[in-house]
Design a protein around this ligand. Structure first.
Ligand SMILES: Nc1ncnc2c1ncn2[C@@H]1O[C@H](COP(=O)(O)OP(=O)(O)OP(=O)(O)O)[C@@H](O)[C@H]1O
Ligand SMILES: [Mg+2]
Length: 236
């Protein structure tokens, strides 16, 4: 049975795409058939990191319009067997609800459908996610990001999927100085389990320039991401 791992956040630029791509690549490397669906619209960047910007022409909006087949809007990711890439809407910000039929069909073609959601969206389309699916809310451990997360939580709790937090760009020095909150305080404040904490890691930025996902980089984030992936695969 295929699973959805949807990645969301209350504020922008906190690491949704970085984490969605890392989990998709990691799951494919673990032998799963994976589709990474970029639903982040104009903010999309996974295509750039994967070096697929110029090959992406068709999207799920074309599929839903009946113009093309689902397979033709699915693009194999270079270097990663088992990983295919799709975009919900490349050109005009078609709402996710309008492509929910195509998304449902995508699920039948993979073991894991990883969805990179736009900032402020706490789900895919009503009824599409079930109890076996995962909604991962990404936040940085600073006050503004956590507060934005708190606001989105209300909507996120309406999803039937399991909800958990992933802290990104954690820093021990900021934690010591009280600039960042610690994982247990955030979990208690938001009343939500923390699946993992990914540290600040310069190797991610260098890796992006070479087309590498964060889980392939040689920095401290890799083991945190692998730990998160193992938990998700263990549940799938
Ligand atoms: N743990 C980390 N350490 C260092 N840099 C990171 C880390 N996580 C993400 N980044 C960097 O932060 C920037 C924003 O990350 P990303 O694009 O994944 O955020 P996003 O939430 O998808 O943004 P948007 O809201 O625009 O879609 C990128 O340059 C990325 O390489
Ligand atoms: Mg993004």
């Amino acid at each position: 049975m295929s699973r959805i791992w949807a990645v969301c956040s209350g504020s922008g630029g906190v690491g949704k795409t970085t984490i969605a791509l890392a989990l998709a690549v990691g799951a494919a490397r673990a032998g799963r058939r994976v589709i990474l669906l970029d639903a982040s619209g104009a903010a999309r960047s996974a295509d750039l990191i994967l070096g697929m910007e110029s090959v992406m022409v068709l999207d799920l909006a074309d599929v839903s319009g009946g113009e093309v087949s689902l397979e033709s809007a699915l693009y194999p990711a270079p270097r990663h067997s088992g990983l295919r890439f799709a975009s919900a809407s490349l050109y005009d910000g078609t709402p996710l609800e309008a492509v929910s039929g195509a998304m449902l069909a995508l699920q039948s073609l993979c073991d894991v459908l990883v969805v990179d959601l736009p900032t402020g969206h706490a789900g895919i389309s009503r009824g599409l996610m079930g109890r076996e699916d995962e909604l991962l809310m990404i936040t940085r451990p600073d006050d503004a990001s956590v507060r934005a997360c708190e606001r989105l939580m209300q909507r996120a709790r309406r999803e039937r999927a399991g909800l958990s937090l992933v802290l990104n760009r954690t820093r021990k020095d900021f934690l010591r100085k009280g600039v960042y909150m610690d994982a247990s305080a955030i979990a208690m404040l938001l009343d939500c389990p923390v699946l993992g904490a990914v540290p600040e890691d310069d190797s991610i930025c260098y890796g992006v320039k070479k087309g590498r996902s964060a889980i392939e980089c040689d920095g401290p984030a890799r083991s945190a991401l692998s730990g998160i992936l193992d938990q998700l695969l263990g549940r799938a």
